[in-house]
Structure formats: structure tokens, C-alpha cells
Design a binder for this molecule. Structure first.
Ligand code: ZN
Length: 177
């Protein structure tokens, strides 16, 4: 039995600040194992997404698993979706601020500006190309996860320090990934 639930890298770990590498061979056995690890870790941690650098693997892939929660009761329920070499190919002009948290930055939430609507492309775990329009909460998760692949954390994007709060006291704490 392989260890499916790896430790999650925490802020301060340099791996979270690296530019992650493009995935070149999707059929690679180790990559497929990493995908399984991400799926399991995201579900165990009750996150709505997780990116490979968070389990100390600096590759361009993440998992999104949106589900309704106290902060986003209308969040769509999406089966855990693996997105490999993801990119934003276009976006709305409209930017919205919303609360985010991160499994790699425990105890803190922040108000983060993100594009409201984005059109994205990614490969699935079988190498098939997908193009999709994402909006609102799911678009937010995608942008948060994509940032992880570029070494950016949500705390870098808050506009003022007042937009960072302690999440321990809040029931609405939202762990993004
Ligand atoms: Zn995160």
C-alpha cells in the first residue's frame, strides 16, 4: 500500500515558492500515483482543491473538488477533477473579492480579488484536452490553485493587511487548498 496521504507543505517551505514544471508524460506511473495522492489528500483535508507543490511535488497539476460549504452554500458540487498543465486562456474584466484560506497557510483567511469568470484549458489524467468556462467560486478555486503552480500564495494577493483575519475563531473558515 502506498502512502496516499502525504504531509501538506506549510508556508515557509521553499517548494511553495517555486515555479512548477510542466507535466510532459501523463502516462508516467509516478505521475498517476501523484494524482491519486492529491485526490485522497484533498478529500481527507476537506479542502476544495490541492496543488501538487503542496505535497512537495513541483509539477503543474492540481485537483478541484468544489462542494457546498458554510461560506459558499451555493458552491456547485463537482466530482474531484484533476487538471494538468492548466492555464487561463481568457477572463472577464470583472474582478470580485472573496474569502480564501489555504491548507498551506493554516489559521488565516484573506479577502482576495479574482476574475469572476475565466475560460480555462487543461489536460485530464488520460491526456485529453478540456476547455471550460468557470465562474464565481469555482473560478476562484482555479485561480488559487494556478497560483500555487507559480509560487504565489493567497496572502500575497490581499490588498491590505486588514483583509487578513484569524480563521480559528470563525466557523466560516474556508480551506481552499
Ligand atoms: Zn492553497
Amino acid at each position: 500500500m502506498i502512502n496516499l496521504n502525504l504531509e501538506i507543505a506549510q508556508v515557509g517551505n521553499p517548494i511553495l515558492r517555486q515555479q512548477a514544471q510542466l507535466v510532459r508524460d501523463i502516462t508516467d506511473e509516478k505521475l498517476q500515483e501523484l494524482i491519486d495522492t492529491l485526490l485522497t489528500t484533498a478529500m481527507d483535508a476537506k479542502g476544495v482543491g490541492i496543488a501538487a507543490p503542496q505535497v512537495s511535488q513541483s509539477y503543474r497539476l492540481f485537483v478541484i473538488c468544489s462542494h457546498p460549504n458554510p461560506r459558499y452554500p451555493d458552491a456547485p458540487l463537482i466530482d474531484p477533477t484533476v487538471m494538468i498543465n492548466p492555464q487561463i486562456i481568457s477572463h472577464s474584466d470583472e474582478i470580485v473579492k472573496g474569502w480564501e484560506g489555504c491548507l498551506s497557510v493554516p489559521g488565516v483567511r484573506g479577502l482576495v480579488p479574482r476574475y469572476q469568470t475565466i475560460t480555462v484549458e487543461y489536460l485530464d489524467r488520460y491526456g485529453k484536452l478540456h476547455q471550460q468556462e468557470l465562474r464565481d467560486f469555482v473560478a476562484r478555486i482555479f485561480q488559487h490553485e494556478l497560483d500555487h503552480l507559480d509560487g504565489i500564495l493567497f496572502i500575497d494577493r490581499v490588498e491590505k493587511s486588514e483583509d487578513l483575519v484569524n480563521s480559528e475563531s470563525s466557523k466560516e473558515s474556508q480551506k481552499m487548498s
